[in-house]
Design a protein. Structure first.
Length: 106
């Protein structure tokens, strides 16, 4: 009774096979801010041009697909949760309660 699960079963639930709805909102927001900045600012120097284009570039980088994760944003969220959560793990294995019973009876 071996079951073969295709590797791309989750991709069928994604938009265009890569994006979740909130990923597209992030990307669209970055592109919209960039377009507004392009329309309102005068791009006379390379520094200003880079600053104007940076929202779309940053948002595009965040939704970039990465192997073993969904995208770069998920890696950043996982890293943040790992670094901010408790790092001392208490073992509660199969003999955790057995050990407590032995201590109470002695």
């Amino acid at each position: 009774m071996n079951y073969l699960i295709p590797a791309n079963t989750k991709r069928g639930k994604l938009i265009l096979g890569f994006f979740k709805p909130h990923d597209l909102f992030i990307l669209a927001g970055g592109i919209l801010v960039t377009l507004l900045l392009m329309a309102t600012s005068e791009m006379s120097s390379p520094i200003i041009t880079i600053l104007v284009l940076s929202p779309a570039i940053i948002c595009g980088f965040l939704v970039l697909p990465v192997p073993y994760y969904h995208n770069v944003l998920n890696i950043i969220i996982e890293l943040y949760e790992f670094l901010t959560n408790r790092q001392t793990y208490r073992w509660k294995g199969w003999c955790y309660k057995v050990g407590n019973k032995n201590k109470k009876t002695k």
